[in-house]
Design a protein around this ligand. Sequence first.
Ligand code: AOF
Ligand code: ZN
Length: 367
Amino acid sequence: FGVLCAASNEENDDGFYMRRCVELARKAVGYTSPNPLVGCVIVKDGIVVGEGFHPKAGQPHAEVFALRDAGDLAHSATAYVSLEPCNHFGRTPPCTEALIKAKVSKVVVGMVDPNPIVAFKGVERLRDAGIEVVVGVEEELCKSLNEPYIHRMLTGKPFLPLRYSLSVNGNFLDLLGNGATDCGGYYSRLLQEYDAVVISSSFFTEKLKVPASQEPGANQPIRIVIHKDPSSLNQIPPGMNDFTGKMIIFTDNKAETAPEVAQQGIETVALDHINLDVILDYCNSQGLCSVLLDIRGSFGEFEELVKEGIKKNYINKFITEILPVWNRRSEPDPLQTLKSLEQGVKLLNLKSKASEQSVVIEGYFKC
Ligand code: AOF
Ligand code: ZN
């Protein structure tokens, strides 16, 4: 009985330290792409002697910071890492070698790295060096931490959830004056998690503030503006780009861009036809792992993108925010396009979150 108790305590401890790794990793939310979020904790005799996380692509990995923090105490210690340690020379040297050199005796890994250059090779290298390796502690949590990174590694496309708001009577809210004006703190926190957000050009034409993450120092995703109205590209009011992030306009308007647009640091890409393939390829080329398709404003601008995204299986996550307002039916309904697709679309792995401002439901769509 005593042995069983000891084993289950050890398992609980593994979970505890892995959750701490995830907590540490999350300090860099929004800043690591194309790299993953990774946290590492070094534990010796039940005491945490080192902690670290990966702050930004190009900078040292989580293990390196944690080992530095632990110094000589890493000797014979256990290293917890939310992602399999790398075993390759990328922008930084292999973490496996750093762990071996530090003489840790055990490594507990949250999940195998889906990067084909790394997958299982890190674990193998550590085992070959005589280090005990446990894989798959708090695996689901570690996977949810890096949903965009994993998605991009496996599909070659950025992760592309679709977000929209509904009134309590089930109508779409454009949030540009149609019933509700503020999405509250939830929306601001959501934005921080994304590398880019696709928004409607009505933020320009209605002279509204472009949505920004509110907390000081928070990640400001790149604003990708869909601009289908040929008459208004030259009427972008000054001060639109008043947040610290980058803005890029995708337009099928061939008219020459007004100098004021470029003066605001806004890049413009003119296309024959705005489509998701071009937008996602652009994001991919910039190393962006996550793009939020944020349906607000001029719904018509999104309809084709939504249709394309669902048909091509680019959109697999839905984020629905129900706000405490009652409103008239909005026309056109931006997701009416879904009705023309196959019946019986079902969302899986639902999660919901309720606050005083809203109820948020997230779910996955599998074709
Ligand atoms: C780890 N710990 O903290 C991270 C890892 O170009 P590099 O050198 O930064 O390598 C990037 C790859 O390394 C990335 O695609 C992923 O496979 C892994 N990231 N690995 O052991 C970390 N950030
Ligand atoms: Zn590494």
